[in-house]
Design a binder for this molecule. Structure first.
Ligand SMILES: O=C(O)C[C@H]1C=CC(=O)O1
Length: 96
């Protein structure tokens, strides 16, 4: 199942910079692992915002929820989820 996910990161302005750097490094490591295994299909920065548009490929809604909750930045993100299905006019066979 494919899901379009918008993540907007809202770190507290008074967060310790070392803690923020650690969270971002841990997030990057987990995100890149999920990309390598094919769960996190796309990751795009939204220009001008500390936010991204992503596409996740997971077996269920529960799996998506569990994956998002594992993200180190999860407590500091607003997350919007939209389920995706094939568009009848799409010329792509592989959903890429
Ligand atoms: O920077 C972000 O958009 C938040 C998050 C998503 C991947 C990652 O490494 O950080």
């Amino acid at each position: 199942m494919l899901f379009h996910v918008k993540m907007t990161v809202k770190l507290p302005v008074d967060m310790d910079p070392a803690k923020a750097a650690r969270l971002k490094a841990d997030e990057k490591e987990l995100a890149q692992g999920l990309m390598r295994e094919g769960t996190w299909r796309h990751l795009w920065r939204i220009a001008g915002q500390y936010a991204n548009y992503s596409v996740f490929d997971v077996p269920s809604v529960q799996a998506l929820h569990d994956t998002l909750m594992r993200l180190p930045l999860f407590p500091y993100m607003e997350i919007d989820v939209n389920p995706l299905c094939r568009h009848p006019s799409s010329i792509r066979d592989d959903d890429s």
